[in-house]
Design a protein around this ligand. Structure first.
Ligand SMILES: Cc1cc2nc3c(=O)[nH]c(=O)nc-3n(C[C@H](O)[C@H](O)[C@H](O)COP(=O)(O)OP(=O)(O)OC[C@H]3O[C@@H](n4cnc5c(N)ncnc54)[C@H](O)[C@@H]3O)c2cc1C
Length: 425
């Protein structure tokens, strides 16, 4: 291969560029990025960057020195607009066409939006630009904030806003947030963290409409928007709000692939790849949040860093020679607690506490299926979690820390919950 084009200049794209050079690719390397920035880290955007504990320099994933070593052409602020059906040319927004021998798709995911008009004071949190705008608003004195969506981004953002002293309510349409990721028992524990952080959590009701009032001058000084004043719930309640943060999930950024011959998953829209990150075209691989790898699309930092080495090996080989053997892992920081999860959970798995307790707010839990541990969750137990995660990757090794579990079912068979109700009614 003489030219490889990486589309998406963020975490997975950077790791792909590193892997290409690390695996000996010495041809022309082009990195195309829609954002104007060099790769930066997103997890702090909802955590330390929002609270002001981290600044923009600390988000950078690659310094000038590494950038020079990679010897890549960075086309930033330049979205790709198309991929030809053979995967041999990338069309750029300025009309140029990049002829290429190989393509790494690393375009990530974009935030889902609420339908309806855009009002001032309504935010999403995906990019540095989003985070800058939200941070500026949070610095303008106490606000009444409604966070729509109780998933990880919503919960972390609510936690950061509460830590800054704002009045925060989280709305979750499901009966409990995070059930698909953690199962009902552990999700109930996490829902209790909102209460611990002084945040109201309202579950089981959706958003009917946003209300807006006075006309304000937009940030550009020209556009005039109406500013949000409240959130009307599907149960009829109206919550006053002068700031709304929408955290209702993300969708793979694949619009630019519409003229290509690549298949997208019918349910979540990810680029379908085999378990070596190779698409239907051997010279095109996909990595990170955009990729559906072997039937799984993970929106996790660690997946975006683990997939590129395998993808690039297969790209350079021209076929799948290696498959991913990793165990999905993510973490989340909320209300002073570090949540870590690894493995593949399914409905019907039993959950047992291997160490600590829910009452202490610090524990290691394991998910079991047919007598095997299939996933582990820890809250503020980083070292035992590390060992348990290793055990998942290498089940043949004896791991005594996962023995002698205590069932989370109490003597009466009732699951203990953190004190108080997880959700306000
Ligand atoms: C606020 C926030 C907090 C998070 N916290 C955690 C956490 O605590 N733990 C965890 O495990 N994960 C966390 N994540 C998830 C993690 O950051 C993502 O999994 C990771 O960023 C995925 O990397 P990626 O490179 O695949 O995609 P992205 O980081 O989304 O990058 C994709 C890039 O491609 C660009 N792009 C899109 N379309 C085009 C186009 N047509 N042409 C060119 N470029 C394009 C985008 O602009 C973007 O820069 C968090 C994410 C967010 C947003």
């Amino acid at each position: 291969m003489r030219t490889v084009t990486v589309v998406g200049a963020s975490l997975a794209g950077l790791y792909a560029a590193r892997a290409l050079r690390g695996q000996g690719f010495d041809g022309r390397l082009v990195v195309v990025g829609a954002e104007p920035h060099r790769p930066y880290d997103r997890p702090p955007l909802s955590k330390d960057f929002l609270t002001g504990k981290a600044d923009e320099e600390q988000l950078a994933l690659c310094d000038e020195e590494e950038s020079a070593e990679l010897d890549a052409e960075w086309l930033l602020g330049m979205p790709a607009q198309g991929l030809d059906p053979q995967g041999r040319a990338v069309l750029l927004a300025d009309g140029r066409t990049l002829t290429t021998d190989g393509v790494v798709i690393a375009t990530g995911a974009g935030p889902r939006m609420l339908p309806g008009p855009a009002y001032a004071g309504v935010h999403v949190l995906r990019t540095l630009g989003n985070a800058r705008a939200l941070r500026t608003e949070l610095a303008n004195g106490p606000r009444q904030i409604v966070v729509i969506g109780g998933g990880f981004i919503g919960a972390e953002t609510a936690s950061s806003c509460a830590a800054l002293g704002h009045d925060v309510t989280v709305i979750e349409a499901a009966p409990l947030p995070l059930v698909p990721q953690l199962g009902a028992d552990m999700a109930a524990f996490c829902a209790g963290l909102h209460q611990r952080g002084g945040v109201r959590l309202i579950c089981g009701t959706g958003v009917a409409a946003l209300h807006a009032g006075r006309t304000v001058t937009g940030s550009g000084g020209s556009a005039h928007d109406r500013a949000v004043t409240g959130v009307e719930l599907t149960d009829g309640r109206l919550l006053a709000a002068d700031l709304v943060i929408v955290g209702i999930g993300a969708h793979p950024q694949t619009r630019w692939l519409s003229g290509s011959s690549l298949a997208l998953d019918a349910i979540d829209g990810g680029v379908i790849c085999d378990d070596g990150c190779v698409t239907a075209l051997p010279q095109v691989v996909a990595v990170g949040d955009v990729a559906k790898v072997g039937g799984i699309r993970a929106e996790h930092w660690t997946s975006a860093t683990e997939q590129p080495a395998v993808a690039v090996r297969n790209l350079l080989a021209g076929r799948t020679t290696e498959t991913l053997r990793t165990v999905p892992y993510f973490w989340s920081d909320q209300y002073g607690a570090r949540i870590q999860f690894a493995g593949h959970r399914q409905d019907g798995d039993t959950v047992e506490i291997a160490e600590g307790s829910l009452a202490e707010g610090s524990f290691l839990a394991r998910y079991e299926r047919a007598g095997h541990t299939v996933a582990v969750l820890a809250v503020d137990r980083p070292r035992p979690f590390l060992r348990a995660r290793r055990a998942l990757r290498d089940p043949a090794t004896d791991h005594p820390e996962l023995s002698d579990p205590r069932s989370i079912r109490g003597p009466s068979g009732v699951h203990p919950r953190p004190s108080g109700h997880a959700c306000d009614s």
